[in-house]
Ligand binder design. Structure first.
Ligand code: FEO
Length: 403
């Protein structure tokens, strides 16, 4: 049975959600599932924008057929050739053999790499700014290279200012019947999951994101239809998320406050992290956040690295070096171009090690990363003798936050 929703009179949501998949890209936990969005436009020509992941193929094909309501499919626009969106192109071509596939040269290179079907007589290859009239509506194609793959493009519907934005402006999380951002608590869970999606999937490519956003400076954005997560149609939601994208892509913190990321085998490093957090709170710092690297998946921690201006890494020495899970968070963040932050350190050792040196050497490779305060080194457990150095570190961080 079909499961579609009307977006506008002639624009229909035909995507589907998967709550079974544990890890997106086999990497990122999906605690509340994921939506694979796809849209049908019914004009003089019929258009399908992207397909979906193979996990929801059966539902999807029923949705497309229902949305077309007996008409054939004239165009399939392929904004992104990653398998979570392109897994049903072949099925669509077999079902609607006259369909023209709209993409750029790279789109079709990837299509032929991933799949066996070669349908070159039906390729409609577009370039930057090219338009396609489909009746009352016109689609304009905007290239978005490396957001986050090289072939990515976006499709802008010119008469109403509707942007089909590929992965950009997407979010983790299944759609629960509601498909619009204004039908959710967007500023709560959904925005957090939009940030986690952005940082972990697209975060490395901030420069490219800013370059694409500039292309829309003089174009009305009245609706954004991403490939994951809810559709944005209210100006305040669009302005909020576009503003967040500018901040995230510029690697500018959202909050002047401290994020404390710690690893702790027996609770002693955690004790030091809490002592520091309490003192920061005593000194008036609000919105503090702490994560135990062994408890929280790195994707959530790294998402929070994009929020906070000041970061404290607290780690035991483990086999004489950095605790693996702290090491992993730092390396993943740097691989995503983490930059522009003030960093402080706490380490714990029983007999020695180079955890501090390793953290410093790793983070020195990031751009505009400044180490502040004297690193605090505790021996096995927190003692009275550590109090002064932790208080001093808290004061340095608090003064820097308030500067
Ligand atoms: Fe949602 Fe880049 O695929």
């Amino acid at each position: 049975m079909y499961s579609t929703r009307k977006v506008k009179e002639d624009l229909i949501y035909v995507g589907a959600s998967d709550r079974r998949l544990a890890l997106f890209e086999n990497l990122f936990p999906l605690t509340e599932g994921v939506a694979y969005n796809s849209y049908v436009i019914l004009d003089e020509k019929t258009v399908l924008l992207d397909t979906v992941d193979s996990s929801v193929s059966m539902q999807y094909m029923e949705n497309v057929e229902h949305a077309l309501n007996g008409r054939t499919l004239d165009y399939l626009v392929i904004n992104h050739m990653e398998p979570d969106h392109c897994a049903n192109i072949e099925a669509i071509v077999y079902r609607y053999p006259e369909v023209k596939l709209v993409g750029n040269a790279k789109t079709f290179q990837f299509f032929e790499q991933f799949y066996t079907l070669k349908d070159s007589e039906n390729y409609h290859i577009v370039k930057e700014g090219e338009e396609l009239s489909i009746g009352k509506r016109t689609l304009k194609f905007v290239m978005a290279p490396m957001v986050h793959w090289p072939e990515v493009m976006m499709t802008y519907e010119t008469s109403e200012g509707i942007l089909f934005s590929a992965d950009a402006f997407g979010a983790f999380g299944a759609l629960d019947g509601n498909i619009f951002a204004d039908e959710y608590d967007y500023r709560g869970r959904t925005l957090d999951e939009a940030r986690r999606y952005y940082v972990n999937i697209v975060g490395k490519f901030g420069v490219n994101v800013l370059n694409v956003l500039k292309k829309f400076d003089n174009l009305a954005l009245n609706m954004i239809c991403p490939l994951h997560g809810p559709i944005l149609r209210e100006k305040e939601d669009i302005d909020l998320l576009v503003g967040k994208y500018v901040a995230w892509a510029s690697y500018e913190p959202e909050l002047q406050s401290a994020l404390i990321i710690y690893g702790s085998m027996y609770g002693n490093t955690e004790n030091a992290a809490h002592f520091l957090a309490n003192e920061l709170a005593n000194q008036g710092i609000r919105n503090l956040k702490m994560f135990d690297v062994s408890k929280t998946d790195a994707s959530y921690i790294i998402s929070n690295l994009w929020i906070y201006s000041h970061i404290v890494f607290a780690s035991p020495n483990y086999n004489g070096d950095l605790y693996f899970k702290v090491d992993n968070v730092i390396r993943e963040a740097l691989a995503l171009s983490f930059k522009n932050r003030k960093i402080s350190f706490i380490t714990n050792m029983s007999w020695g090690g180079k955890a501090l040196k390793t953290m410093q050497e790793l983070l020195e490779t990031g751009k505009n990363i400044e180490f502040i305060g004297e690193p605090v080194e505790i021996k096995s457990s927190l003692k009275q003798e550590n109090e002064a150095s932790l208080l001093a570190l808290a004061t340095t961080i608090a003064q820097s936050i308030n500067a």
